[in-house]
Structures are given as C-alpha cells and as structure tokens.
Design a protein around this ligand. Structure first.
Ligand SMILES: [Zn+2]
Ligand SMILES: [Zn+2]
Ligand SMILES: [Zn+2]
Length: 339
C-alpha cells in the first residue's frame, strides 16, 4: 500500500461512471472540467513509470498536464499532474482512506470521515460511549501505536461534573485563566466561584476562599441547627459542617433576614476532611433510615441555599444519636466505624 500523508485532501468527481479523486485544492475548478478526457497519446514510458509507482494511467483528463491514475492496490482513481508522476510518489486517495480507517481501528475508534473544515483532522466515534470526537490524523496514528490515548471530552466533562457535585461544588466550565488542569467551579454552599485543579476536586481538596481556606486540614465543626423560616411558616433541622458555623452560617446558607437560627449542637472535628466524611455518612444513614424525614428541596427553595440535608424537627433524637456516635468515634479513632 502506498504511504500517504494526511494531505492533500481529495474530492470525488464522476468520469464515465467511475469516481475520480481530484485534489481538493482545485475546488475552484468546476467538477465538469475534470470529467473531460484530453485527447493525447499516453506514451509507453509514462505507463512504465506509473506501474513502477503502483498505478495504471487510465486517461489524460482536463488538460495536457493531468492524468487519471488507477491504484493497482485498491483500484481507486486519483488525479495527479504528469509532473508529479515523473518526479514524486503520487498519493492514492483510496489507500489514504483505508490507512486512516485502519489507524482508527488500531486506536480503538470508528473512522467517520475527514473533517470538512480542516484537512489535518478526521471525525471518529468512540465505541464505548458512542460520542463523536474530532482529532488530528497524526494523533490517531500515535494512539494506534499506543503512544497516546484518545479520551472522550463529553464523558470527561460528565465525570468532572459528577465529582464536583459529590464535593458540594458545581463545575461551571474551563479555567478562565486557561490552565488545562483547572476548571471554574461554584461552591454550592455559599455561591462563591473559584478555580480549582481537577485532581484536587476529585480528592475533595477543594478549599473555598469564602467559607474558609484549607478547610480540609483545619479544624472544623459539625453542627445541628434549628432554623425557623417565618415566611415559609416552617421550622427545619439542618445538619452540616463548617469551619466557623456561628459566624458564617447565615451567609453560607443564604438565609432570609427574618430566619431564626438556634445551634442545638456543635461538635468539634479535628479536620475539615474528617467533618466532611462523617457528615456525609450521617446524611446517607439518616436518608436511608428515615426518608420521610428529609424535606423535599422545593419546600424551602429560595429560603435556604442547599439542595438537601434538611430534616423535619421530629428527627431530632435520631440526629442527636448519630452525632453522639460521631463524637465517640472521634475520641477513639481505632474503634471508629465499628459501631
Ligand atoms: Zn490505493
Ligand atoms: Zn463519551
Ligand atoms: Zn464556599
């Protein structure tokens, strides 16, 4: 098979029922021009040269300078200048396409065709997820050789959004400062937007500049608060953690002016990370055992800036019990989790 670089690109034109691949850079030349055979002899030594380079000369086309070359490997007809045949190895449009398809296959992708916008790019489908990606042919060659991996941007974004959600953040988009390892996130608890490295987000090392820096390493507090919302005519319990609940509580939760807050319990935790983990376990347990005590977010929408973890007052004794267990686990870390 003839070795073919990514360029030039060819476009198909019809000649006597056969498809002729003409250089795309001649796009300004109307298709009909190529489909006209040029009445001139094809010298024997031209045919010999063509054979030696893997082609048969099918016809002279358009004018005295151009030849329709049939590939002896794949049968595709490609138009080249007679000069190119004499002085270089003409590219076969068919073999190039086969090569791109096979490179895609070796890279674990399905080749969908060239990118109409850029001759260096192709369109591919990722079989695992069905999404379409656009890549340079050169990158696909490297992937086929195992030198790089082709990742799906669509799936990657979904994964990042999910990781952020687990940590209480919303992934807003790429880093405004252009660092490929960072993204712009919004802290769900306080609404603050900031850049965070993707890896740090996936490990939960996402310190909010508004709620307190380095909360993961600094001491933190798990709180249980009773919130009365006069306008909604509702009293609820909120279990959460914060570096400084008493100071920042109202702001973090975006509570209305008339809301009344009473802290029923404040449990000192050694680190924000421990607080986060214990709080998440507590919510998982309470939600599982008492689903009817979890107040649907629509009942406090616009009053409290969180989307879950708000409970009815009657769950108080159970939450107290969970908090007592967390306090005990903290006091004797070895025996933790066993309870
Ligand atoms: Zn060929
Ligand atoms: Zn995908
Ligand atoms: Zn925050």
């Amino acid at each position: 098979m003839c070795k073919t670089p990514a360029s030039p690109a060819f476009q198909p034109v019809s000649l006597d029922g056969r498809t002729l691949h003409v250089p795309r850079r001649s796009a300004h030349v109307p298709a009909e021009t190529w489909a006209v055979t040029y009445n001139g002899p094809i010298p024997d030594h031209w045919q010999k040269t063509a054979h030696a380079k893997g082609f048969n000369i099918l016809a002279r086309v358009r004018d005295r300078y151009h030849l329709a070359l049939e590939c002896r490997v794949c049968g595709t007809v490609t138009v080249h200048k007679a000069f190119t045949l004499r002085t270089a190895q003409p590219a076969c449009a068919g073999c190039a396409e086969i090569r791109r398809r096979s490179a895609a296959q070796d890279a674990g992708l399905v080749y969908l065709g060239r990118d109409p916008e850029d001759r260096h790019y192709g369109r591919y489908r990722i079989p695992e997820c069905g999404h379409e990606v656009r890549r340079q042919f050169e990158i696909i060659e490297r992937a086929a050789a195992g030198k790089t991996a082709i990742r799906c941007e669509t799936c990657l974004q979904a994964r990042e959004e999910n990781e952020a959600r687990r940590q209480g953040w919303t992934r807003l988009g790429p880093d405004p400062l252009g660092n490929p390892n960072y993204r712009l996130y919004r802290h769900d608890a306080c609404g603050h937007e900031q850049r965070i490295a993707v890896t740090n987000m996936s490990w939960g090392q996402c310190d909010c500049a508004t709620c307190g820096e380095s909360w993961t390493a600094k001491p933190s507090t798990i709180y249980l608060a009773r919130i009365t919302l006069p306008r909604a005519g509702r009293t609820v319990l909120k279990l959460g953690y914060s570096a400084n609940p008493e100071k920042r509580f109202r702001h973090q939760l975006g509570l209305p002016e008339d809301a009344q807050v009473t802290f029923l319990r404040l449990l000192a935790m050694p680190t924000g990370h421990a607080a986060c983990a214990a709080e998440k376990r507590a919510h998982a347990e309470l939600g599982r055992r008492f689903p009817q005590a979890v107040i649907p977010p629509k009942l406090y929408a616009g009053q409290i800036k969180v989307v879950s973890e708000i409970y009815t007052p009657w769950l108080l004794p159970e939450i107290e019990r969970v908090l007592t267990r967390i306090a005990r686990d903290i006091a004797s870390p070895d025996g933790a989790r066993a309870a």
